[in-house]
Design a protein around this ligand. Sequence first.
Ligand code: SF4
Ligand code: SF4
Length: 109
Amino acid sequence: MVFKSLFRKPSTIQYMGGKLSLDNRVRGLLRYDPATCIDCKLCMRDCPTGAIRIVNNGTKTERDMHAYLDTGLCIFCGQCADSCSKNSLSCTSKADLSQLKHDDLTIEL
Ligand code: SF4
Ligand code: SF4
């Protein structure tokens, strides 16, 4: 049994040293499209952890939209993307989001 294991492919994946390859059904980092966002903030209201923040740095008529995600709070449930009627948010399968510093966990999407 032990001898047979020498020739078997590993069941685990090499991570940090190698590339993380996940099924594309995995819910990972969100993608944001500021061009379609109407600043309704439904995504923020429905987020169970308060991880997402939508900010308009422009005016009501000339929007300058930005989305920020606290990857330390996000549980990657996809609720914000489901709540968005404009499909401005979607889930990607990118999941290697670890950071050394706590402040770096909040990123602009
Ligand atoms: S729900 Fe969609 S359209 Fe509304 S603020 Fe969030 S991303 Fe923008
Ligand atoms: S995926 Fe879930 S936890 Fe993360 S920002 Fe969207 S609603 Fe919030």
